[in-house]
Design a protein around this ligand. Structure first.
Ligand code: XIL
Length: 362
């Protein structure tokens, strides 16, 4: 092989220095825009570019630890993804730690990062039964007081990000696992089932342009729970409540006896009913240790789900719950399982990444 001409070496050196300087700047600033050279290098084949061609967004959840301490993570996130969901920063315990006191620090950092990198933001979540502050869970409130608390929270949080956060998971995991009705939670006990409609109404008042979602798990295929969500969302909308979309979380485990055709059928009926559809929290947990066969099977699941979404008109986005096994909720929540995301712990693309890209290429 011939040696490259001197000016090319010089150019490469300059380019290398530029990247090093940019990486340092990012590391120092905490939350900078990814430098153009680093992003441009990979622009053609990135997931976000491939998804854009198919008129879809491809997203990832991002937690504050990685956002604030891991420049390598930020570079890949900005390069590959066009949508961000704050993993925890907008949950009650974080954003509303004391009654009457809001703390937007982490949420603001996440939204600022997204905007700097032209990524859309999914707000998550305005009502959930987990990660609530003690003042809320152990306080004693009358029905009217609870409604006032819910109104204030939603108006304040959605209002703070008005016209910047385009979608909200207004209610998260509010349906009972057997599909028999709404889940027992503090809002159901304190307000009654109408808390769901109130939450959507309050969110709409605070940002009339935001797309408002009901989000849940184990609702990917056609089953009693997804049937309930389909019927319930249709009914609530028929009452004039602004509910625009259905989020299907898509936390998968390998070997779940569910077929891609079932998933597609469910996404399709939601879309046909004129709901926006979003795959909001996908990961595919494997029993550790991972091996080549498991990762190949995992890649198949990712590819099938992305293809199902692409085939369904109003399925507008696919978000994974993180993108690298370096940061994933799975091992903490399901001991013995892990390796569920498209990048490994060293931020190398796994077979799942290739399968997602191939599905997006069609
Ligand atoms: C998880 C986060 O990933 C963890 O860091 C946190 O400890 C618990 O919550 N469904 C949801 C998400 O809607 O908010 C959850 O996120 C994962 C399950």
């Amino acid at each position: 092989m011939q040696n490259p001409p001197a000016n090319e070496i010089g150019a490469r050196r300059a380019y290398g220095t530029m990247i090093a300087v940019a990486a340092m700047a990012i590391a120092l600033s905490g939350l900078a825009v990814v430098s153009e050279p680093a992003a441009a290098n990979h622009r053609q084949g990135t997931l976000r570019r491939l998804a854009q061609v198919r008129h879809r967004l491809v997203g990832t959840a991002i937690g504050l630890p990685e956002l604030t301490t891991d420049p390598e993570h930020r570079i890949v996130a900005a390069r590959e993804y066009s949508s961000v969901t704050p993993e925890n920063a907008m949950k009650w315990a974080e954003i509303h730690p004391e009654q009457g006191r809001y703390d937007f620090t982490g949420a603001d950092q996440t939204v600022t990062f997204a905007e700097a990198n032209r990524m859309s933001v999914r707000g998550h979540a305005l009502v959930w039964h987990r990660q609530n502050p003690a003042w809320l869970t152990s306080g004693t409130f009358s029905r009217d007081e609870l409604i006032a608390i819910l109104r204030d929270h939603i108006h304040t949080v959605v209002g703070h990000f008005r016209d910047r956060v385009r979608q909200w998971d207004v209610v998260n995991e509010v349906v009972a696992d057997d599909g028999s009705g709404l889940r027992d939670n503090l809002w159901l006990r304190g307000i009654g089932p109408e808390y769901v409609m109130l939450a959507f109404q309050f969110a709409h008042e605070a940002d009339p342009h935001a797309k408002l979602f009901i989000n849940d798990y184990l609702s990917e295929t056609i089953n009693p729970k997804s049937n309930f969500i389909y019927d319930y969302a249709s009914l609530v909308r028929a009452y004039g409540i602004p509910i625009h979309g259905i989020g299907v979380q898509m936390h998968r485990f390998l070997l779940l006896p569910e077929s891609a055709a079932d998933i597609e059928a469910n996404l399709r009926r939601l879309s046909d009913a004129r709901f926006l559809v979003w795959i909001t929290e996908m990961d595919v947990a494997v029993l550790l240790p991972a091996d080549a066969t498991k990762l190949a099977d995992q890649a198949t699941v990712y590819g099938e789900v992305v293809t199902a979404c692409l085939r369904v008109r109003r399925c507008r986005g696919i978000t994974t719950w993180g993108f690298t096994d370096r940061y994933s909720w799975i091992p903490g929540e399901f001991p013995g399982f892990g390796a569920g995301l498209p990048f490994d712990e060293s931020l190398q693309a796994k077979p799942a990444y290739a399968a997602i890209a191939a599905a997006l290429r069609g």
